[in-house]
Design a binder for this molecule. Structure first.
Ligand code: LLP
Length: 415
């Protein structure tokens, strides 16, 4: 259930009107619902039930330490892709022993820090990374827990930029080479093989690709058994889609059921790395209409948020619903391109949206909780916007709006 709903014609986040948020904290602002974040995580966790499992939230989707802290308190694990994300997890009170480290380019310092912290697993993406990890672990006199990320060559039917499980992608070890790399790993004195993982893409709205990937991995697990390699866990990655534009993603419980049914009787721990499905619909980007500009060809609504705040429309042609915060309006319903102030034609948040607008109106760009703020930049020297967490009737500022001085922090003049 969405916690972003209209009450008496005004859009609320839980118990707080977005009009109130705009007048207290200004716009643009990211607004998140604590209830939704918690209930989405719990849906995964409780559907996994008695099955030994760990839900490792993918930090890249939304890495604010308040979000991580809320999830850590529920007992969440974390999927990280950099030392920076590990730093955030630790700052937020996350447990290193529940962290899995994914990513194709892990540096030595990142490996060493993670080994010292005692993370649960390195999701190794190629044979040379394995060699490096063995060396770094030997140097520290430690055993590195390892899973190999296998690329099952499954088409996730998603946008090409967020598809990762095809053989032409840079991610993971090709299925046909995986056994060989496991055999190499077995011979390495500072590598401890604990699992296998895959991640086939993001915003996947069908269950079949997940099932196909898992079945492919089960074949590998059987082959490994014959080589006396027993795996303790299977990590099926993230990727479950959300509803942006009439998408009908499977329910979290149905997704989990396909996985647990396919793994029945295998006696392995199940890990998953959902990101978008936990935070995506739990956040909106609140923005204000600065100007209405009717050219002979187009009607533009120029808002105060831009592609630097939310890059998904520009980068993936991502579609986000755009709603008036105050439902009623006397303005005519017109098709607008909702654009930002940045000097790029790609700077749009939505195209051809039928809206009744006047200058000064507030808009909510929906489903912006995942890959929104985390992909934001300072392009055009725009300070990053504030992030607010609504919890019932309370509003917490979980990241202050950047100041003009923040923009030049760390920069210096040449003498
Ligand atoms: N695990 C791994 C190894 C990943 O690479 C990702 C996402 C996830 C888990 C989480 O996937 P999710 O459950 O959120 O789909 N910026 C893009 C999405 C990039 C996803 C990258 N990897 C977007 O805005 O659509």
């Amino acid at each position: 259930m969405s916690e972003f709903a209209f009450i008496d014609g005004v859009l609320y986040a839980e118990g707080v009107a977005l009009t109130k948020i705009a007048s207290h904290y200004g716009t643009p602002a990211y607004v998140y619902s604590r209830k939704m974040i918690e209930s989405h995580w719990r849906e995964f966790d409780s559907a996994l039930g008695e099955q030994e499992h760990l839900v490792c939230y993918a930090v890249k989707a939304n890495s604010n330490i308040a979000v991580l802290n809320i999830l850590a308190k529920l007992g969440s694990g974390f999927d990280i892709v950099s030392i920076g994300e590990l730093h955030r997890v630790l700052k937020a009170g996350g447990d290193a022993s529940k962290v899995v480290f994914s990513g194709v380019g892990k540096r030595e310092d990142e490996m060493a820090f993670s080994l010292k912290q005692g993370i649960k697993c390195f999701n190794v993406e190629n044979a040379n990374e394995l060699i490096r990890l063995n060396e770094v672990a030997a140097h520290l006199n430690k055993q590195a827990p390892v899973s190999l990320r296998v690329n099952p060559d499954v088409d996730a039917n998603t946008h090409p930029y967020i598809s990762t499980g095809l053989k032409e992608n840079k991610f993971g070890i090709a299925f046909e080479q995986a056994k060989e790399v496991y055999l190499q790993a077995k011979l390495m004195s500072n590598i401890n093989i604990v699992g296998v993982d895959c991640h086939i893409g993001s915003q996947i709205t069908k269950l079949n690709p997940f099932k196909d990937a898992l079945e492919c991995i089960l074949v590998l697990i059987d082959e490994l058994k014959q080589e006396d390699i027993e795996l303790h866990h299977i990590d099926i990655g993230g990727g479950l889609g959300i509803n942006y534009q009439g998408d009908e993603p499977p329910a979290r419980a149905d997704y989990v059921k396909v996985i647990t049914d396919t793994l029945k009787g295998r006696g392995v721990e199940v890990l998953m790395e959902p990101g978008r499905s936990i935070v995506g619909n739990a956040g909106v980007l609140l923005t204000k209409v600065e100007y209405l500009n009717a050219t002979p060809y187009h009607n533009f609504a120029v808002v105060d948020a831009a592609m630097n705040d939310l890059i998904r429309p520009a980068l993936y042609e991502g579609w986000h619903d755009i709603k008036r915060v105050v439902e009623s309006s006397n303005a005519d319903a017109i098709d607008y391109d909702v654009v930002g102030p940045i000097c790029e034609t790609a700077d749009f948040l939505g195209k051809n949206r039928t809206l009744q607008l006047e200058q000064g109106d507030l808009l909510a760009v929906c489903s912006a909780g995942a890959y929104g703020f985390t992909m934001a930049s300072n392009y055009n020297s725009r300070p990053k916007v504030c992030e607010l967490m609504v919890d019932g009737e309370q509003i917490h500022v979980i990241r202050e709006r950047e100041t003009l001085d923040d923009l030049v922090f760390g920069e210096s003049l040449v003498s």
